[in-house]
Write a protein that binds this ligand. Structure first.
Ligand code: CAA
Length: 384
């Protein structure tokens, strides 16, 4: 066992750090306030090769490892979690599943531009459509249907809380093809957003990650070509679960970045702010908060790295990714709240960034499986 990063991993981390400081920090408060999608930033991420980081160069990707992905996600999430969620969904929930289970034609047609993040000079990203108004944690209760016709499937239903809902060009849609088979009657389809019958509903007005565009998507008699079903009949639920196991490494590293961003701000502030005749870092109550933050963040980082390493070694990472997500997201919520507390009144206003990080932290305990769902996954792994 060793804890050293390779030279390449260090370079990727530095590139992500520079990108976050130079491209994401300017305007981050305004984008949050206006709920503005960070299109310019995502286009630059695409130029860096960060929209298909782990995809093989054969399909337009960068061929990097999952450890590098965690490093990049942490650095970007320190500054702007609205940018990093867009990156995470495209990398882990869209590109990964397409590369692992898509046909050669699907990979050539869809994965290649998705991994590059652009097509004909325009933004080209994907979204993952599993959640529904009545199927969140209980993901097998899909109401969206895909009825098999002669040469296509007819798609009807509503998906909720879709990250990249309006900015994506391609959707991976999970739908029920045979209710009588339960989770084995679920399939996953590639659906182009501009297909007739697809409606993108109004953008959600959110507590955090306000730059990211979250929408409901409605399907009314959408014709999906048969060749757009991914993998064999009935594989859709397993596809979703396996994809989410990797996605949770991405969200865990996003939570890690939000926590470490807040910690760095609190540390810096405690060295400058004076109270009771000295810098507040000299008060033990602040020192202990910083010590606890640093410890929990380091533990989160190690859990993220372990899950990423297991994925890179082709080991089973289902339990590790859930452990990383539940721990890092709870650390993010706790650390950001303490960072606001250390900042006092300044922490409650936007210019100091920590209040935004606190709002952004909350979603990491909810999306890609709530903390409660992660505990289900972990306990099932322990008890099986
Ligand atoms: N890998 C492969 N197969 C798996 C699996 C995994 N990790 N987990 C479950 N399965 C299989 C099971 O083996 C079973 O298959 P068989 O019938 O062949 O045995 C089938 O899937 C059904 O599994 P369960 O009986 O365990 O299903 P369940 O109803 O008990 O649900 C659950 C389990 C863990 C709660 C699951 O429903 C779940 O993860 N829910 C949360 C969903 C989620 O994360 N949603 C996030 C939405 S996406 C999002 O947020 C994206 C975004 O935009 C940011």
């Amino acid at each position: 066992m060793h804890f050293e990063f390779t030279e390449e991993q260090k370079m990727i981390r530095q590139a992500a750090k520079d990108f976050a400081r130079n491209e994401c920090l300017p305007g981050v408060i305004e984008r949050d306030e206006k709920q503005q999608f960070p299109k310019e930033q995502v286009m630059k991420l695409a130029e860096l090769g960060f929209m298909g980081m782990m995809v093989s160069p054969d399909y337009g990707g960068s061929g990097m490892d999952t450890v590098s992905y965690v490093l990049a996600m942490e650095e970007i999430s320190k500054i702007d979690a609205s940018v990093s969620v867009c990156m995470s969904v495209n990398n882990s929930l869209v590109c990964w599943g397409l590369e692992a289970y898509g046909s050669e034609e699907q990979k050539k047609k869809y994965l290649t531009p998705l991994a590059q993040g652009t097509k004909d000079g325009e933004l080209y990203i994907g979204a993952f459509l599993l959640s529904e108004p009545e199927a969140g944690s209980d993901a097998t209760s899909q109401r969206t249907t895909a009825e098999e016709m002669d040469d296509h499937y007819l798609l009807n239903g509503t998906k909720n809380w879709i990250t990249n809902g309006s900015s994506a060009s391609v959707y991976l849609v999970i739908a029920q093809t045979d209710v009588s088979k339960g989770s084995r009657g679920i399939n996953v389809f590639i659906v182009e957003k501009n297909s007739p019958g697809v409606t993108v509903a109004a953008k959600e007005n959110k507590l955090g990650i306000r730059g990211s565009d979250t929408h409901s998507i409605l399907f009314t008699d959408v014709k999906v070509p048969k060749e757009n079903r991914i993998a064999e009949d009935g594989f859709g639920f397993k596809f979703a679960m396996r994809t989410l196991a990797g996605g949770r490494i991405g969200i865990a590293s996003q939570a890690l970045g939000i926590a470490s961003g807040a910690y760095e701000l609190a540390l810096g502030y405690s060295k400058q702010r004076r109270a009771f005749g000295t810098e507040i870092m000299n008060h033990q109550i602040i020192q202990f908060k910083l010590a606890d933050m640093a410890t929990r963040i380091e533990a989160s980082r190690l859990l993220c790295m372990k899950a990423a390493w297991e994925k890179d070694q082709n080991l089973d990472y289902t339990m590790s990714s859930s452990m990383a997500k539940v721990y890092a997201s709870e650390t993010a919520m706790w650390t950001t709240t303490e960072a606001v507390q250390i900042h006092g009144g300044y922490g409650f206003v936007k210019e100091y960034h920590v209040e935004r990080l606190m709002r952004d932290a909350k979603i990491t305990q909810i999306y890609e499986g709530t903390s409660e769902v992660q505990r289900i996954v972990i306990s099932r792994s322990i008890l099986k």
